[in-house]
Design a protein around this ligand. Structure first.
Ligand SMILES: C[S@@+](CC[C@H](N)C(=O)[O-])C[C@H]1O[C@@H](n2cnc3c(N)ncnc32)[C@H](O)[C@@H]1O
Length: 238
């Protein structure tokens, strides 16, 4: 393949190469929903989520087809932690992760609370939760609110459980005022000793600064994982 591409580039006219690339993109767009359906059906058949096959994670992300969705290393980590977690899960930023965590929670008889700020995106995720009958997820869609020096989700206090065992923090988007900083000041009362926070995008300087600030506010242990794209595992201390 590596040797064929440069030769093809040299001999095929530019216009022809562009048309082939366009056709391939069109076919991919048509095929993605089918690929997702098949991959998700296979995922639901799993009996353990501790070590999900990399190929299946790739099929899921290909089928989902969204540049915002998490990378497979982070996916494997949140699935492993979710399957080991002993209580409810909080998710910040919905998407493919909401569906997958919903399957794990349904399997374990536990629940996921997901916070989402974008109404259009939230409607799309909710529709899929409904289609796949994932009642283990409570998706709360509401605009971000301005707090003291940062924006964060509105918190549906009346609906939330007392404590979360796991937080999968992949939102709000990086360009949000204050980024993901609001998690600790706003949600600390729902977190306790041994709650684990999985924070995505830890290769970004913004996320590293946020974690440094969190460390000044709560006793916790921080470990970084991942190669090109990093995530951190933050465990709140006793
Ligand atoms: C990094 S994404 C969350 C991804 C999710 N955890 C997953 O694994 O699929 C953070 C936020 O980006 C927004 N978002 C994700 N995909 C989007 C899309 N295709 N169009 C618009 N907004 C999107 C949503 O508001 C989401 O909460």
């Amino acid at each position: 393949m590596n040797t064929i591409r440069p030769i093809a580039r040299a001999i095929l006219p530019y216009q022809f190469r562009v048309s082939v690339a366009n056709i391939r993109n069109e076919l991919e767009t048509l095929y993605r929903p089918v690929a997702f359906w098949q991959a998700f059906a296979d995922f639901r058949k799993l009996r353990s989520f501790e070590d999900v096959d990399q190929r299946l994670l790739e099929r899921l992300t290909f089928g989902w087809g969204n540049r915002y969705s998490a990378h497979t290393e982070y996916m494997a980590a949140y699935l492993r932690h979710a399957s080991q977690s002993k209580g409810p899960i909080l998710e910040c930023g919905s998407g493919l992760s909401t569906l997958l965590l919903g399957v794990v929670a349904a399997h374990k008889g536990s629940q996921v609370w997901s916070l989402e700020h974008d109404q259009t995106w939230g409607d799309r995720v909710q529709k899929l939760l409904h289609r796949w009958r994932l009642e283990s997820v409570k998706l709360n869609v509401d605009k971000l609110q301005r707090y003291w020096g940062f924006d964060w989700y509105r918190i549906p206090d009346a609906q939330l459980p007392q404590k979360f065992s796991l937080v999968v923090c992949d939102g709000p988007p990086g360009e949000t005022f204050g980024g993901r900083y609001g998690l600790i000041p706003m949600m600390a009362k729902y977190l306790g000793p041994n709650t684990t926070i999985l924070l995505d995008d830890y290769e970004r300087a913004g996320e590293q600064t946020i974690v440094e600030n969190w460390q000044k506010q709560i006793p916790c242990q921080v470990e970084a994982y991942g190669d090109k794209r990093k995530y951190s595992v933050i465990t709140i201390a006793e």
